[in-house]
Design a protein around this ligand. Structure first.
Ligand SMILES: Nc1ncnc2c1ncn2[C@@H]1O[C@H](COP(=O)(O)OP(=O)(O)OP(=O)(O)O)[C@@H](O)[C@H]1O
Ligand SMILES: [Mg+2]
Length: 582
């Protein structure tokens, strides 16, 4: 995809790929072709009625009068049935394909590596699933309907016209190259405009999301004007592109119409010049009714290019996301329950290439050991914890669990070993119960859930919520206080009962009393588990078996609280500052 011009370099692969989705539902296409064939067959019949009407006019028998009186309603009825069968099948097909693609893309999104989301705004992905997917059905179904319906109509009418007067009819073919030029040019322009519209739509949903999620900073820093302007610009651009799209389409359609009319004019001219006298009124009327009927479907067929381009651009956007490689999950060493030996071996890792955050980090954590990570903000503590469940993969060196590199294990097995309370608590817009017993924990019994809540010092406040375990907590737990949200996250980790526990500032939002109580539960739970504790408050880490002091991605020192104090190094200094604060 060429980002600058918005021109897909080659639309054929996209086209073929989209067709593969269609192939699966060949029967729907067949049904649609059947319906539209019925519809199309009625067109030459309509032209032919002119002949019958003229005949009746010259020689009105009761039978013929009855025939031409009943013909319109009969033709309309048959045409209506054909049209319904044709359109219904195509709509069904279009919706099926988009339904399938949407689900495929969403499932894929669930398995994308975290770095993809760092470079793609959520709004952009949302708009792919909503807007771009919609473009495929809307434009795609229209296109299929037109191609089948109008294609058949044109084919049958042409056959009929050729039958009546093939020489004149052939003149109509001479306009084809001119139509081709117009269609080709407008198609290219359409792709460009459609690409821009997509980008705009992505930004629209992104800006709306950001303005709503961030409404407090928006309000407190009076950012409304800035947000309004940002949104205004992108929605204005969307509007302009839409209008341009219509303008391009209308100009193209008018040009095509003119070209066809010129062809028809030529035919009329030649008709009178060359063969005027020896043709009956019936043939004359029939031929020109046919010529009249064929213009609209030809015009529609040329419009179809526009729709195809739109659908293709939508499909290209979905395929692009679908082709983004998912997380590497090639490990085959299955793991039921790890012992919990961890080792970092010369680990180098950076979020952006050339900017390492961890610069050759080595340390070991024995099974069951509690290790605390301390260090300045930005030292790389959270980064370390996010490497363990392989949210990111190391650039060099390796991380071993029970003696084997993390990538040896299937992701699911690896992640099942880890309970994590992350620095940024994320909760779902659901009930307390469903937030605690989430994912694989779904269906956990209430007694266990309540015990986890009790251990996390959360049961007391959960009981007071209207509905208790079934109380909804709002989007990302907005109906709860910061400390309450944190305690739910802790309960969730407790319930998981995994051999490795990672606590990243897990109690930072709690008052000293709750923190103290949780500490006790934590100590119970840490027992027999490998635990990584990250905390700024040194009081929470003094009891760790070992403390690792980090500074800008390197290990400064490690040892127990007492040893490190005795060493009088970085930790001792940190500790003194911390101590003086309290
Ligand atoms: N998603 C990210 N993309 C790019 N850089 C990042 C990302 N997350 C963290 N970093 C960078 O990596 C470095 C380490 O960040 P990390 O979150 O690991 O620090 P930390 O030790 O947990 O700090 P804190 O105590 O403030 O939580 C920082 O310099 C930060 O700028
Ligand atoms: Mg952190």
């Amino acid at each position: 995809m060429n980002e600058v011009t918005g021109e897909p370099e080659n639309v054929w692969p996209v086209y073929r790929r989209l067709l593969r989705y269609t192939q699966r539902y060949w029967y729907a296409l067949l049904a649609s072709a059947f319906g539209f064939a019925i519809y199309a067959a009625m067109q030459p019949l309509t032209a032919h009625m002119m002949q019958v009407i003229v005949d009746t006019f010259e020689n009105p028998t009761p039978g013929k009068v009855l025939l031409i009186s009943l013909a319109p309603i009969t033709i309309a009825f048959i045409q209506g049935v054909g049209r319904f069968i044709g359109s219904y099948s195509v709509a069904w097909l279009g919706q099926h394909i988009v339904f399938q693609m949407r689900n495929e893309v969403f499932q894929h999104v669930l398995n994308l590596p975290q770095k993809v989301f760092q470079h793609n705004a959520t709004g952009r992905i949302t708009s792919k699933l909503v807007f771009d997917a919609q473009q495929i059905t809307a434009a795609g179904s229209d296109a299929v309907v037109i191609i089948i319906r109008e294609g058949l109509t044109v084919a049958l009418l042409l056959a009929y016209l050729l039958y009546i007067d093939w020489k004149l009819t052939l003149i109509l073919f001479t306009v084809a190259p001119a139509i081709g030029v117009v269609v080709n040019y407008s198609g290219k322009r359409f792709r460009v405009i459609s690409r821009r519209m997509q980008a705009n739509m992505g930004n629209i949903s992104h800006y709306v999301g950001e303005a709503i999620d961030g409404q407090q900073p928006v309000k407190i820093f009076a950012g409304q004007e800035q947000e309004r302007k940002r949104f205004f610009d992108v929605s204005r651009s969307f509007e302009k592109q839409n209008v341009k799209l219509v303008a391009t389409k209308e100009v193209g359609t008018s040009l095509v119409h003119m070209v066809i009319s010129a062809g028809v004019g030529t035919i009329i001219f030649l008709f009178f010049k060359v063969m005027g006298e020896d043709v009956s009124v019936g043939v004359f009327l029939t031929f020109f009714t046919g010529i009249g009927l064929i213009q609209k479907p030809i015009k529609n067929l040329t419009d179809v290019n526009v729709k195809i381009q739109r659908g293709l651009i939508g499909a290209a956007s979905l395929f692009e996301l679908l082709d983004t490689p998912a997380e590497d999950d090639s490990g085959k060493r299955s793991l039921t329950r790890a012992r919990g030996n961890l080792e970092f071996r010369d680990v180098v890792f950076g979020y952006e290439s050339g900017q390492p955050v961890l610069k050759g980090l080595s340390f070991k954590v024995a099974a069951g050991e509690t290790v605390a990570l301390v260090g300045r903000s930005g030292a790389g503590k959270t980064t370390i914890s996010s490497l363990l469940p392989r949210f990111h993969d190391v650039d060099a060196g390796s991380i071993l669990l029970d003696g084997f590199p993390l990538s040896d294990y299937p992701l699911k097995d690896l992640r099942r070993q880890i309970a994590m309370v992350s620095q940024k608590v994320v909760l779902f817009n659901d009930t307390v119960r469903n937030n605690i017993a989430y994912g694989e924990l779904q269906g956990a019994n209430d007694a266990d859930i309540i015990q986890a809540l009790k251990d996390a010092q959360a049961w007391e406040f959960v009981q007071q919520l209207q509905g208790g375990l079934d109380a909804p907590i709002g989007q990302d737990g907005t109906q709860l206080s910061g400390g309450q949200r944190q305690r739910l996250a802790i309960a969730r980790a407790f319930l998981k009962n995994a051999p490795i526990l990672i606590l990243d500032e897990a109690t930072s939002a709690l008052d000293t009393e709750s923190e103290f109580k949780i500490q006790q539960a934590l100590e119970n739970i840490m027992h027999g588990r490998t635990t990584l504790v990250i905390a700024h408050r040194l009081s929470t880490i003094e009891k760790a078996d070992r403390i690792l002091v980090l500074d800008s991605g390197r290990l400064l020192e490690s040892g127990s609280h007492e040893t490190l104090l005795a060493n009088n190094g970085a930790y001792a200094q940190l500790y003194r500052v911390n101590f003086e604060e309290h």
